[in-house]
Design a protein around this ligand. Structure first.
Ligand code: DP6
Length: 324
């Protein structure tokens, strides 16, 4: 037996997105971001530090995985605790992994909470957010429920690169309808894609220059509970990111035919009077933002789109928490 702890963290979807890194070792982002945490998608993780292990082990739903990124987070926990014990990490998602549903966000947030707990550390939310960031930038936001903002920061040690909560989900309930257009999608990893965009897209400087304005506008939309403003900005920022991806060499084309058809279905629905807005990450799935009472209309409109496999409505989710 060893020191063990379990935690649950929920996935999040960025409304103003992160793409590009300041420092690849510290994994600090080049731009800030704002997200909402999703109730319907989560990761449960158990971490056990024990003697007799030759290295960290990472198991996802019973299958052994590469542990390099997991070990990065565990190294920081070991350093803080002053221990050399390796750990067994057992993780499970309640949704398909690697399908572009942000399993790294919920996964590394759950890992940060479980690993620090198993090591007997008492960390602040800010420290947990920084720890999760070392695994994956978007994971820094999944420490928090509701609406979260990630600060890019500028400190050489990454100490001011963390997320904060803007509002809880209860403060302003919105719905997110997850639209799955491809099962088991394999995509270029974000880290590789970001490096390629920074190195080759002529749009990258514009992406960096316009991020602060989008973040300020989104903060204002959230503070005012202005859904139309939030939605328009979300869709605009998503399409700006994909313009950056499309102009990367070689091109990062994350959409399939159903992704594009679903985008049009959302815009048609909006033209018919239902306020609904899409956003898309580095993968083929859509997330549609709408008011909770409009979820049936969004589901109905998207279920008629050819190539849509599954539709999962979600409320906004809670902060990451210990399960034991
Ligand atoms: C398009 O957080 O997956 O989803 O830090 O390299 O693990 P790493 O990247 P990751 O990138 C997320 C990119 C995005 C936008 C976002 O979530 O902000």
């Amino acid at each position: 037996a060893g020191a063990t702890a379990r935690a649950r963290a929920h996935s999040n979807i960025a409304l103003v997105k992160y793409w590009g890194k300041n420092d690849v070792v510290l994994n600090t982002p080049a731009v800030g971001s704002i997200s909402v945490t999703l109730d319907a998608l989560f990761t449960d993780t158990r971490v056990t530090f024990r003697s007799g292990l030759a290295a960290d082990e990472f198991w996802l739903s019973g299958c052994r995985q590469e542990a390099t990124k997991v070990a990065r987070v565990l190294d920081l926990v070991r350093q803080a605790r002053g221990t050399h014990l390796f750990a067994v990490v057992e993780s499970a998602n309640n949704f398909p992994t690697g399908a572009g549903l942000a399993s790294s966000a919920s996964g590394f947030a759950a890992l940060a909470v479980a690993a620090s707990g198993a090591a007997g550390l008492t960390l602040t939310d800010r420290q947990l957010s920084i720890l999760a960031r070392h695994g994956s930038g978007s994971a820094a936001r999944s420490i928090f429920g509701g609406y979260a903002q990630m600060h890019a920061g500028s400190a050489a040690d990454g100490s001011d690169s963390y997320a904060v909560q803007l509002l809880s989900g209860a403060d302003w309930p919105l719905a997110v309808v997850v639209v799955i257009t491809e099962l088991g999608a394999k995509t270029i990893t974000s880290t590789v894609g970001m490096g390629a965009s920074a190195a080759s897209s002529p749009f990258y400087p514009a992406w960096l220059a316009t991020a602060p304005g989008d973040l300020a506008d989104m903060r204002a939309a959230i503070a005012a509970r202005d859904f139309v403003r939030l939605g328009e900005l979300t869709e605009y920022n998503c399409l700006k990111l994909h313009a950056l991806m499309l102009t990367t060499r070689p091109a990062l084309i994350y959409w399939n035919a159903a992704t594009v058809a679903a985008m049009h279905a959302v815009r048609d629905l909006r033209a018919s009077g239902v306020p609904a807005y899409f956003t898309i990450d580095a993968g083929p799935q859509l997330k549609v933002l709408c008011l909770p009472g409009d979820v049936p209309f969004v589901q109905e409109a998207l279920s008629n789109v050819a190539g849509v496999h599954e539709i999962r409505p979600s409320a906004l989710g809670p902060s990451a928490f210990r399960l034991d």
